[in-house]
Design a protein around this ligand. Sequence first.
Ligand code: FES
Length: 101
Amino acid sequence: MRLFRLPPAPASAQVTVHVDGRALSVAAGLSVAAALLGHGVTPFRRTPVSGAPRAPLCMMGVCFDCLLCIDGEPNQQGCLATVREGMHIQLQDGAAQLGGE
Ligand code: FES
């Protein structure tokens, strides 16, 4: 069940992002978290210790439950990042590796 619905945006105001290899057309200017929630993507990550699912809560950079790997950079706050054409987003499962590969 989707908790959020976004109003339709004109095709000219859309960008394509890739979420775990799946192309999604989203409104330009949205935060990554809002765009993914609008497409029913949840959870965004699972915790390293218990594997508990997490999804955005505060949408303002406080809770860190929206962490994603964005364009190869792990632990990015989806609520503070803006979608860009061709952006690659990966959901995080457990602890993200730090310092590159
Ligand atoms: S949703 Fe809370 S930090 Fe992003």
